[in-house]
Design a protein around this ligand. Sequence first.
Ligand SMILES: Nc1ncnc2c1ncn2[C@@H]1O[C@H](COP(=O)(O)OP(=O)(O)OP(=O)(O)O)[C@@H](O)[C@H]1O
Length: 296
Amino acid sequence: MLKVQGLTKTYPGGRGIADVTFEVERGEVFGFLGPNGAGKSTTIRHIMGFMKPDRGSVAIGGLDVWKHQSEVQKLVGYLPGEIAFLDGMTGRGFLEFVARMQRVDSRVKRDLLIERLQFDADTPIRKMSKGMKQKVGIVAAFMHDPAVIVLDEPTSGLDPLMQQLFIELVLEEKAKGTTFLMSSHSFPEIERTCDRAAIIKDGRIVAVNNMHELQSMQRKVIEILFEKEADAVAFMGAEGVHAESRDGSRVRAAVQGDYDALIREAAKYRIRSLDVAVQNLEDVFMHYYDRKGASR
Ligand SMILES: Nc1ncnc2c1ncn2[C@@H]1O[C@H](COP(=O)(O)OP(=O)(O)OP(=O)(O)O)[C@@H](O)[C@H]1O
């Protein structure tokens, strides 16, 4: 459904993207992950047909996005990283303006989305919070039932309840066969919605993984407070437990992918409390690149 091939763009300062290649199947949710400045927005702007690549191409539904911009616009819903709203409009005014460009009668779906996202669409945009503007942008991207939805950092500014609702919306559209490309910093969001994800760094794709592989890259730190200090000591030395440190009866252990050994060992003792710290995506990347760097 979406085919990115050898996409290359060098900005005057020398930064940009090089040889970005991946494909997204119909009905697939594809994540696009990478640290700040890695080239996510640049890739997305090319996918939307807003920029002409130096080399390479993007096709959506078999149409080259640069050569067939207006046909492609009808197929695609887009939420930019930073939305440029026109001054003086209300949310509804903006959505009507976007609907005229999309040339699809989307009023029913638009009103349903406004109701679900729970915001007052008649508020002037200049008086809206970041989260409220983000909701307007989400409605604009989803309302005309496009075949492909491209989202640049979709949940930035949304509270946890709304992030959850957003995930539900994505999964509902996916079930109908909609294809998604979604850049994000939030691992839970990617984990719950995506089938696969590409990791981009310094303008190049360094990996395309399915979710299972990505989950196994993520390290979690588990902190267990044992009833008895002797149990903590025994747990520290157990095989398959990668204990990092002990403070009295409290042990910190790192887990990556394989939880079985640690859970089986911990089940032998009385435990007073247990906490799990999830490594954030930035750390997952850094860890991944360090390992890749070390193996070179
Ligand atoms: N118009 C431009 N002119 C020159 N350099 C640019 C331009 N736009 C982006 N860059 C540079 O190209 C690189 C990739 O930028 P891009 O915005 O695509 O990254 P990103 O992955 O989307 O990051 P972020 O998450 O911070 O938005 C960065 O180093 C950025 O500074």
